[in-house]
Write a protein that binds this ligand. Structure first.
Ligand code: IMP
Length: 364
């Protein structure tokens, strides 16, 4: 038997440990670690704050909020309601092509708002056929929805879809956790990019894999990009204050799962308990339950399934969130999101500062 010694050696060669592998040991931050410093304001009412945000040169959202592509958040009703309220929902892809195309079609007939409906696809398997059907059903935004988006399959998928649809379709992609990932996806052709890995409320990716970057650090990092792609701060946002921080750090949009979960427009039945309380299901798409419901089996889960309090119509939730965002702009003396980004002054807070920032009488 003869051996290719050179090849064998290359296979057993241990890569040299990079000298700078601890270069990221400086402090990384998430939403609760910082506050925005109030600044002089000449806004006489928070309604003077304009919170619109452009998806691209042809598509504008009146509110910077996008609903997550999850099977307990976004189907036809949520897509229509988000569109009616000036936002956007991404209809999830955990179904057959026909079922998803129907959900998109129904949403576009239901909505009397901006008419914008987005739909998710993967980066392998049937993604190309799915994309064509969704566009034929009037989806104007396609979201390549992959947990680790800085990936060769993402590059191939974006290039194939750009070649097919050009600028006719807005191409959203992700998720990424770094500036390098953001720049690569933008260079491959993504128009907007979902930023944050492992920060979602139902996410166990960091526990399962040891990988991720605190959410706000990712936004600050990606905001250093010179590319034109839009930044979507995705996951881990707990209240309108976090949304204001994400926008101030450089995000053009936020993507919300848990904050919109439990509303009337989410899929799934309303569960009524013996004490009269009402709840709805909310689950990660990589949870065991979601995977089993989708394809009859589960790999290693990277998410959990739970229930949340029923919140009523999503419009009420959006009204509260947008009121908070407008007030946030006013506290920084800003009339637009761009102005907020230019003026924002972040400070770090200590753990006692974090306590003081909460409604602490409840903890006494
Ligand atoms: P939330 O707004 O904090 O609830 O996070 C929602 C985001 O979590 C989604 O937009 C996805 O980016 C992400 N996500 C959804 N399902 C999973 C999962 O099973 N594991 C990890 N991340 C998930």
């Amino acid at each position: 038997m003869s051996y290719d010694l050179e090849r064998l050696q290359s296979l057993t060669e241990v890569p040299t440990i990079a000298a700078d592998r601890t270069k990221h040991f400086e402090e990384q931050i998430s939403y609760d670690d910082v506050l925005l410093v109030p600044q002089f304001s000449d806004l006489k009412s928070r309604n003077e704050a304009n919170i619109h945000s452009d998806l691209d040169s042809r598509r504008m959202l009146e509110i910077p909020i996008i609903a997550s592509p999850m099977d307990t958040v976004s189907e036809s009703e949520m897509a229509a309601a988000m569109s009616d309220n000036g936002g956007l929902a991404v209809i999830h892809r955990y179904n057959t092509i026909e079922q998803q195309a129907k959900l998109v079609h129904n949403a576009v007939t239901l909505t009397s708002g901006n008419g914008l409906v987005a739909a998710a696809i993967g980066a392998s398997g049937d993604f190309y056929e799915r994309a064509q059907e969704l566009v034929a059903s009037y989806a104007q935004v396609l979201c390549i929805d992959v947990a680790h988006g800085h990936h060769i399959l993402m590059k191939e998928a974006i290039e194939k879809l750009k070649k097919r649809f050009g600028n006719e379709i807005h191409l959203m992609a992700g998720n990424v956790a770094t500036l390098e990932g953001f720049n690569d996806l933008a260079d491959w052709g993504a128009d907007s990019i979902r930023c944050n890995i492992g920060g979602g409320s139902i996410c166990s990716t960091r526990i399962q894999t040891g990988h991720g970057v605190p959410g706000l650090t990712t936004i600050f990092d990606c905001a250093r990009s010179t590319r034109n792609a839009k930044i979507i701060a995705d996951g881990g946002l707990k209240n309108s204050g976090d949304i204001v921080k994400a926008l101030a750090a450089g995000a053009d949009f936020v993507m919300l799962g848990s904050l919109l979960s439990g509303t009337t427009e989410t899929p799934g039945e309303l569960l009524t308990y013996a004490d009269g309380s009402k709840r709805k299901s909310y689950r990660g798409m990589a949870s065991r339950k979601a995977q089993e419901a989708w394809r009859g089996r589960s790999g290693t889960p990277e998410g959990i399934a739970t229930t949340v309090h029923y919140k009523g119509p999503v419009e009420n939730v959006l009204t509260d969130l947008c009121g908070g965002i407008r007030s946030g702009l006013s506290y920084s003396g800003s009339r637009t999101i761009k102005e907020l980004q230019a003026k924002a002054q972040f400070i770090k807070q200590t753990s006692s500062g974090q306590q003081e920032s909460s409604t602490h009488i409840l903890k006494r």
